[in-house]
Each structure stands twice: as C-alpha cells, then as structure tokens.
Design a protein around this ligand. Structure first.
Ligand code: 3IO
Length: 341
C-alpha cells in the first residue's frame, strides 16, 4: 500500500516536471532586458516598426523579454549603428544601409534603378536576398529583419518638372539614391535623414530625395511645396543584434525572433506603403503641396540616364568577387514573385 502510494506520487512529480519543461516560455520573475537603438525621431517609420517589434516580442514571449527602445539617436547614431551593436553599446540597432554604401554592397543592390514598386515588395525582396547570400557585412551580428522604404521621389522648395530644372539643384540623398540624382545632373548632398531638417532650414539643400512619408513625419511639407514623382529607388534598412546577446537567448525566444524576421519585413512594408498615401493626402490638402508627374517624353530621358548604372554596378561588384549578375537576377525574380501579392 505504502509503496503504491509512493509510485503515484512519483508519477505526479514526473508529470509536473515534464509539463513545465514542455510549456512555452513562462514569464520569469525577472525578464531578460534588451536595449534597441534607432537613429531617427520616434514618430518616423523606423521607430514605428521598432515599437511594433517590441510589442510583438514581449507578447509572444509572455513577458520573458523586455525591450527598452531608444529612438532619436539617443543610444547610437545613424553611422555608428552597426559598430555600436557589434561593440555591445546597444543589444539591437536599426540602420539605413545607404549611409555606408561600400559596406553593404550586396543588400544595397536593391537601391539600383530596378523598379521595385513598393515598400512591401522591396522589403520582402531584400529579406530573400539577405537569406540567400548572407553577406559578409553581417558576419558579426544576428540579423533580425530587413525592409526597404517605398520608392523615392523628389521633394523640393523649387518646382522641378524637367532635367533643366533639376540641373545642379542641391538635394539631400544617400547611397544609391545619391548616385541616381547625380546621373540626372542634380547635386546630391549626402547626410543621414535626421540632419535634413536643419540643412533645409539653412538652405544648404533645396530639397531631398527619399520616400514621401517624411513629408508628414518630418514636416518637410512645410518647406518643400513641390514633389516630382520618380518612383525610384528604395532605401534599404536592417535590424541587427549583438551576437553574444543572441547566443545567450533561450532557444524558444530565438525561435520567436526568427519567426518574426519575415513577418516584420512584410508588416513594415505594408505600414510604409499606407503611410506614404496618408502623408501625401495630408501634404496636398493641408500644406498646399503640388505633385508633378513627368511627361512621357521627359520620363524617357530620365530613364535613359539610369540605364548604364546597373551594368556598371555589376562590373564593379564582379571585380570585388561578388556573383553580381546572379544578385541582380535574383532581385528581379524575388520582386516579381511578390508583385501582385
Ligand atoms: C528614412 C530614414 C529615417 C527616417 C525616415 C525615413 N524615411 C526614409 C528614410 C530613408 C533614408 O534613410 C534616407 O536617408 O532617405
């Protein structure tokens, strides 16, 4: 009798232990705290996606992870983001790859004039590209997600409807977008996005070349009363995590982060595409912004000037040992896979 009771007790004990070990992450008394640095101000899209990621992670880990966000360059700034995460100044960081174009050759190929039509398609294409090529630039970090902006357009204080009006105009842009402006004969001025409001105020630049949601989020519509639609190129972003911090995470938390990678990419693309529409409606209705479409003949001239760019990129990238033709081919085929979805 006594022995039987002992067996039952042991059975209960075993069942309890097994149940606990199989349960999804339960809220620990003390959550694992992670810092997440971002370079632009809180209302802008890189920070909106950061807050969404934080919320999803905290929910899906049942509070086992607590993310502390640092918008506005308060922990790491635009150009120091990747090195700061490698050094462990922040556990996680969001960076724009156009600010160090030579460092991110493979992923920045998405900023060539390849007609990626939207942030959603651009983001999913970039994520696939990263997954396929795993570029050396990210060897020292864990990549959590990637996304792109919507296609860039010209926002300016002066009307620009043809190449003559664009000639020599100082416009803020970075990376591949700056190369495109240069090919069109403008005067690209490189600086990270957060430096742009002051440059516009002071007249250092007469406008900028980026995705249009910034008209509202940075209030550029108050100064830039003209938009010229070019719909090319997208800017590429990545979110990276310190490798030691990643390796120290419980396996089930790592799975939550990994599952979120492509989801976050799609979420950010959808958010951005919708927000561009809102921002332009606001700019036109409340700020008197005028939007120009290039005439068919004019657009043909602009397109012609971009034709040599991708071939030149292929030549240069091949010289550096990259499978450049395959990279371009993949970008196009990933994009067509996602178009219409
Ligand atoms: C961007 C960067 C920070 C905040 C909002 C933004 N919208 C588009 C960009 C792209 C970019 O980094 C740039 O330099 O145009």
């Amino acid at each position: 009798m006594k022995r039987k009771f002992g067996f039952i007790l042991a059975g209960f004990f075993l069942a309890t232990v097994l149940t606990i070990s199989w349960m999804p992450t339960t809220a620990a008394a003390e959550p694992i705290k992670l810092t997440y640095a971002n370079f632009p101000p809180a209302p802008t899209f890189p920070c909106v996606q950061m807050e969404r990621w934080k919320k999803e992670v905290e929910k899906r880990t049942n509070g086992a992870i607590a993310v502390q966000t640092f918008p506005g360059g308060t922990l790491l700034d635009a150009k120091g983001m990747l090195d700061g995460v490698i050094a462990g100044t922040a556990d996680i960081g969001c960076l724009c790859m156009a600010y160090q174009p030579g460092r991110f050759l493979v992923t920045n190929a998405t900023s060539l004039p390849l007609d990626l039509p939207s942030s959603k398609v651009g983001s999913l294409t970039l994520w696939d590209l990263y997954k396929k090529y795993k570029p050396e630039a990210f060897a020292k970090v864990k990549v959590l997600t990637m996304f792109t902006t919507a296609p860039a357009n010209i926002m300016s204080k002066v009307p620009i409807q043809n190449l003559d009006e664009l000639k020599g105009v100082p416009l803020r842009a970075s990376g591949g977008a700056a190369q495109i402006l240069k090919a069109w004969g403008a005067n690209p001025v490189g600086m990270p996005m957060p430096a742009t409001p002051e440059a516009l105020q002071k007249g250092v630049v007469k406008g900028l070349f980026s995705s249009l949601e910034v008209m509202k989020d940075f209030k550029f519509a108050e100064l830039c009363k003209y938009v010229t639609m070019t719909q090319v190129p997208v800017y590429a972003f990545s979110v990276v995590m310190n490798m030691d911090k990643w390796n120290a995470l419980p396996k089930d938390v790592q799975k939550v982060f990994d599952d979120l990678g492509p989801e976050q990419s799609a979420w950010t693309g959808t958010y951005m595409d919708n927000h561009v529409k809102d921002a332009m409606a606001w700019s036109e209705k409340t700020q008197g912004v005028k939007t120009f479409q290039l005439s068919k003949e004019e657009k043909a001239k602009w397109d012609k000037l971009l034709e040599p760019m991708t071939d030149k990129w292929i030549k240069d990238a091949e010289a550096k040992g990259l499978p450049a033709k395959a990279i371009i081919k993949d970008i196009k085929s990933f994009a067509s896979k996602y178009e219409g979805k």
